[in-house]
Design a protein around this ligand. Sequence first.
Ligand SMILES: Nc1ncnc2c1ncn2[C@@H]1O[C@H](COP(=O)(O)OP(=O)(O)OP(=O)(O)O)[C@@H](O)[C@H]1O
Ligand SMILES: [Mg+2]
Length: 255
Amino acid sequence: MTLISLKNLDVTIGKKQILKNIDLEVEKGSVTVFIGPSGSGKTTLLRTINLLQKPSQGILRISNTEVDTSKLSKNAIREIRQYSTMIFQSFNLFKNFTVLENVYRPLILNGKYSKSEAKEIALQALKDVGLEKFASQYPATLSGGQQQRVAIARAVAFHPEVILFDEPTSSLDPEMVESVLQVIVNLAKKNITMILVTHEMEFARKIADKAVFIENGEILTQGDAKILLSNEGSHDRVCSFVNSLYRGTPESAEL
Ligand SMILES: Nc1ncnc2c1ncn2[C@@H]1O[C@H](COP(=O)(O)OP(=O)(O)OP(=O)(O)O)[C@@H](O)[C@H]1O
Ligand SMILES: [Mg+2]
């Protein structure tokens, strides 16, 4: 079943066209990875899916909500946003809240849960990422990898239809990366719909159903991740990009 559909979507910021003619479908319960060079538009595309970035035109549908992005009402934006949560490179935890507070407090804001219900859900989410022992600590006392797992627990606690990850491991020390990737692999096993921007190719091959290659604001190609990201690859441009990551001179590196 298609959960997310983007049709003929454009994003213009100022006078610059950032995304052009984006057509994309995401199946419910699947994992999609966005790959491509730095500045190609991966983050912007991810942000359009919860309308953090408003497109200039195009149709966006998530589940039963379809919006024409050229005329967005506040209600439409609110409705689209309820479907997804986003995980950023930089964790974005509240430093004056404990780990548990970081996960449960956002849950009681919309009035859906009582404090005790929210705490129970938060504790379970922390258990799922292996951090229940850290519940009463403050984020600054945790490693980067642990902080990112708290951010993931916070997102999962909302039970969103889709979780959007923007390079969730790229600001971590190498030894921290694996624990975060493992948490994401566990989520994939639970068939949670996820879209990830990542440069971790082995991980992407292992976890992703679909890969989308973005270049110059356009989807150059998309398809089965196992085929598109395989060593022999089915697309020359994707192959040369993936190989550049292995050579350690990624085209994705910040210039
Ligand atoms: N708020 C903004 N104002 C102006 N230009 C922007 C803005 N946000 C993004 N851009 C431009 O849009 C293009 C795509 O940016 P985006 O951040 O989506 O790329 P990316 O593929 O995520 O890159 P990276 O791999 O470096 O994270 C870039 O040229 C960027 O400079
Ligand atoms: Mg980016």
